[in-house]
Write a protein that binds this ligand. Structure first.
Ligand SMILES: Nc1ncnc2c1ncn2[C@@H]1O[C@H](COP(=O)(O)OP(=O)(O)OP(=O)(O)O)[C@@H](O)[C@H]1O
Ligand SMILES: CC(=O)N[C@H]1[C@@H]2OC[C@@H](O2)[C@@H](O)[C@@H]1O[C@H](C)C(=O)O
Length: 376
């Protein structure tokens, strides 16, 4: 099959900025992973998106854009176009000419029980601004077929696992962990379909905690948590939530977990405890997997929090497995999601499935995404 050079764009639930990556793929195998870039949002814009999440609670039909949301959608789109320009003028300049863009947009509402998921992002405008064809709105078709609409990254995790098979042949089943605002995992067996679901809060509660208690956007390198200890009863309170007893497929909205359980803690204990919650939620997900994994490969910003990684490594080791950051498997853990959106865009173009009954609960493998071509 013909290969395509695509750019993937992700503005995730952490609302910290835009991840970009380039990928060459035929939509099945990853032919080559290219450069990546992160273009941060400034604090004021992150707050505007946070307010947007509140406004979005009024949305009943996914096309509605109450209050500031129409303007916010245009601003998010404009910023993505600008980020693409920065990327193509810099890191990606010598890598190859992109033929396609995979555009996630910004999720502002996700209610799978109502088959409602809303991503702000105007695909047609992005195509016009970049002069490139854009595939966007990749979650909706899955929901129309009874799926959760998330996670979508598992198809790419499975392709990554295939690309690693030679190196890690004896270490299957592999689990990919994505620790973003929310965490999700993909279990990839030696043979057969991947199994995936959201596992719980990733960095979102830690970010909210240090923002509220210390006025900073995130606990860089876990510095605040290093001064604190784990309040085991608080971790237990989070893990008592019915979400953790449910088998997959399952997916989360950023607002499904709050700081309420941690309210009484001091700043440092709260940061350390919420890191423990993040790791424990991921480890608990093993209960819902078909087999115990051997190797955990950790992607996403949460792998840069040493406390989350410490707890994950300890928990994996206790179960006879190993947890490693993506880089130890030769991958770029910051770019994985953006690479996934490039991969999914190519799959969408080729009408290949993006999601599977074992990853989102859709009734059959489903393709999806809307193609916007730039105005001539
Ligand atoms: N050096 C660091 N130390 C600790 N935490 C970090 C560091 N760098 C990033 N993070 C955390 O990672 C978060 C960003 O992660 P990531 O980019 O994977 O999120 P995302 O794109 O919103 O993902 P998703 O869509 O999966 O929710 C930040 O909000 C922060 O909490
Ligand atoms: C609705 C939505 O945007 N969900 C995100 C979120 O952030 C992580 C987790 O929750 C995951 O389900 C999903 O993103 C990843 C990239 C996905 O769809 O695979």
């Amino acid at each position: 099959m013909a290969t395509i050079c695509a750019i993937g764009l992700m503005s995730g639930t952490s609302m910290d900025g835009i991840d970009l990556a380039m990928l060459r793929t035929d939509g099945v195998d990853i032919v080559e992973r290219g450069p990546g870039l992160f273009v941060p949002y400034e604090a004021d814009f992150r707050r505007r998106i946070e307010q947007g999440l509140e406004t979005a609670k009024e949305i009943a039909q996914r096309g509605e854009r109450p209050g500031d949301l129409a303007a916010l959608e245009q601003e998010i789109t404009r910023r993505h176009a600008e980020a693409v320009k920065i990327f193509l003028d810099g890191e990606a300049k010598s890598w190859g000419k992109p033929e396609l863009v995979g555009f996630h947009g910004q999720t502002v509402l996700h209610r799978p029980q109502q088959a409602l998921t809303v991503q702000l992002g105007d695909g047609q405008r992005l195509a016009d601004l970049t002069g490139l064809p854009v595939v966007f709105d990749m979650r909706a078709e899955d929901m129309r077929h009874g799926g959760q609409g998330a996670p979508l990254v598992p198809a790419y995790h499975a392709a990554l696992a295939r690309s690693l098979r030679q190196v890690h042949a004896g270490r299957f089943p592999v689990v990919f962990v994505n620790i973003g605002g929310i965490s999700n995992i993909t279990f990839v067996p030696q043979e057969g379909d991947p199994v995936a679901f959201d596992t719980g809060p990733g960095n979102a509660l830690i970010d909210q905690w240090v923002a509220r208690e210390a006025g900073i956007p995130f606990d860089a390198d876990g510095a605040i948590a290093s001064e604190g200890g784990v309040a085991a009863e608080v971790v237990a309170r989070y893990l008592e939530k019915p979400f953790f007893d449910r088998r997959g497929p399952k997916s989360l909205d950023r607002g499904n977990f709050t700081l309420a359980e941690a309210d009484e803690l001091e700043l440092a204990d709260g940061a350390r405890t919420l890191a423990a919650v993040s790791a424990a939620a991921i480890l608990k997900s093993v209960e819902h997997l078909p087999h115990k994994p051997t190797l955990w490969i950790v992607c996403g910003g949460g792998r840069k929090n040493p406390h989350i990684m410490h707890d994950l490594k300890a928990g994996a080791a206790a179960a006879g497995a190993e947890a490693i950051p993506a880089e130890e498997a030769g991958l770029d853990g910051d770019a994985t999601e953006a690479e996934a959106w490039a991969y999914l865009a190519v799959r969408s173009l080729k009408k290949l499935p993006l999601t599977f009954p074992t990853t989102t609960g859709c009734e059959k493998p489903v393709s999806g995404g809307v193609l916007a071509k730039p105005l001539p």
